[in-house]
Design a protein around this ligand. Structure first.
Ligand SMILES: C[S@@+](CC[C@H](N)C(=O)[O-])C[C@H]1O[C@@H](n2cnc3c(N)ncnc32)[C@H](O)[C@@H]1O
Length: 458
């Protein structure tokens, strides 16, 4: 195999979707994707003060190694009137703790310093005291309403119908999110912010909308054998959003099991829309477009396209409902579509729908039965690995980086699979049940198929 050839490629199967296969014979220990970094993540509130936001170090609850907080110690511009009016308050923490300034600088270099302000604004909407849970009925079990696709669409249509109303936007801006909602809202906001930065970089690097790139086809091209498939440096040059948004949505599967999450999801959207996605200013009665009527020049001096020339992008390449993209400079100096344009119901549903079934738990290391789950993260290209109950690939976490290594020699054409959970030692029925409940699919790996065929003959 030539040194630059990709060790794996994607094939699609009618039963289990996209999956990786070996492009050539691979020895044990082959690094399949290179170092993968997450597109977005969240650390649960409970662990926020005990985990480094960059390297995810966790020391059993001790926090003496965490010496930096948010953007503390960094030279920052004084917040503008605009950021202040949007809720920036210096006494509100963004909920980021770092081992040291190295970790802090790394996080800020990747996410952008404005991400700290965004998280601060979000944290100001976190409920200070959790509301007492409503008392359950006599049997102790809450009645769970049946949920259908129609019910879900109706709920979102009702939200959509109200989002043009300044009165509703003012009400949504004042929503106080429960911890689960605020933690999920952080994951959504970081994904939107990253997508925004990708868009800005594309505009900066090419004035024409970019049609190609590794994520634009259904099966992303894996360019290089071991160093850049997931990428650490060039992440923003290629549109990883397209890969992220193409991941299988498990929205309905999750809501069928936990119907109460629908209300959490709509509240998350309402808050994000009101605080980050609305052109309606608090106190105004009309919806206005981007405030400046004079478009800012692009960095190369050219005038950006006028409103009429604004490109409408397809949703899978720019949001499922095709957010209209503005191309003037925003408050952070970013040239390209505004973050506000990306806060759409379809984008938020896409992001929330990707978590169940695709995200990787951030487990306390070394992973043992009693390890804490500190949060979760989505690594778009890594999510194309299918599950096998006798996997030939194992994942290794080093800080926030995941690597995928073959555990044995693999023949050309053979499928490359990881294990989604610790199900290998269970019997067929228990394994299948676990995977159905935790990951929403009936396992059709060769081990399960062979065992099932054996059982059906006896
Ligand atoms: C993380 S995704 C893997 C990528 C997925 N195949 C795709 O096309 O996006 C998990 C989904 O892949 C499918 N899948 C993964 N492993 C499978 C297996 N062993 N048997 C059946 N379906 C599987 C299921 O639909 C599952 O919900």
């Amino acid at each position: 195999m030539p040194a630059t050839a990709a060790p794996l490629h994607i094939r699609t199967d009618p039963h289990s979707g996209r999956k990786y296969h070996a492009s050539a014979r691979l020895p044990k220990g082959t690094d399949l994707l290179g170092p993968c970094t997450p597109y977005s993540y969240t650390i649960w509130k409970r662990f926020r003060n005990e985990v480094c936001a960059e390297c995810w170090r966790y020391d059993g609850g001790r926090r003496s190694f965490l010496t930096r907080r948010d953007d503390e110690g960094l030279e920052r511009e004084v917040p503008t009137e605009e950021t202040r009016s949007q809720g920036h308050r210096s006494n509100i923490s963004a909920g980021l703790w770092f081992c040291d300034n190295k970790c802090q600088n790394k996080w800020i270099a990747r996410e952008g310093v404005e991400a700290v302000d965004l998280l601060r604004q979000l944290e100001s909407a976190r409920q200070k005291k959790p509301k007492p849970k409503p008392k359950s009925n006599a049997g102790g079990e809450e009645a769970v309403a049946e949920i259908t696709q129609g019910v879900v669409e109706q709920a979102w249509d009702a939200v959509k119908a109200k989002e043009g109303s300044p009165k509703e936007i003012r009400r949504w801006r004042d929503l106080q999110l429960e911890d689960y909602e605020a933690d999920m809202a952080r994951y959504v906001l970081l994904a939107l912010h990253r997508y925004h930065r990708e868009q800005c970089n594309r505009h900066r690097n090419s004035p024409q909308p970019c049609e190609d790139g590794p994520g634009s086809s259904e099966a992303p091209a894996i360019q290089n054998s071991s160093t850049t498939a997931c990428g650490t440096n060039g992440d923003y040059e290629r549109s990883e959003w397209q890969t992220f948004a193409s991941l299988q949505s498990n929205e309905m599967q999750l809501l069928k099991v936990c119907p109460e999450i629908l209300e959490h999801q709509t509240r998350i959207y309402q808050l994000l829309k009101a605080r980050f996605g609305s052109r309606i200013k608090a106190g105004s009665t009309t919806s206005s477009s981007r405030s400046s009527s004079v478009p800012a020049p692009t960095p190369n001096g050219a005038q950006p396209p006028t409103d009429n020339a604004r490109a409408r992008e397809d949703t899978r390449s720019g949001g499922r409902d095709g957010a209209e993209s503005a191309t003037d400079a925003d408050a952070s100096g970013c040239v390209g579509p505004a973050l506000a344009d990306l806060v759409t119901i379809d984008n938020v549903r896409t992001i929330l729908g990707v978590d169940p079934g695709n995200s990787f738990g951030i487990w306390e290391m070394p992973v043992m039965d009693e390890s804490e789950c500190l949060g979760f993260a989505v690594y778009p290209r890594a999510s194309f690995f299918n599950h096998h109950c006798a996997p030939n690939v194992q994942k290794e976490r080093e800080g926030r980086i995941l690597r995928f290594l073959t555990t044995c020699g693999v023949e050309a054409g053979e499928e490359l699979c990881i294990s989604y959970g610790h199900v290998e030692s269970m019997d067929l029925q228990t394994r299948r049940q676990e995977l159905l409940e935790g990951w929403y699919f009936e396992c059709r790996c060769s081990r399960c198929m062979a065992e099932a065929a054996g059982y059906s003959r006896t």
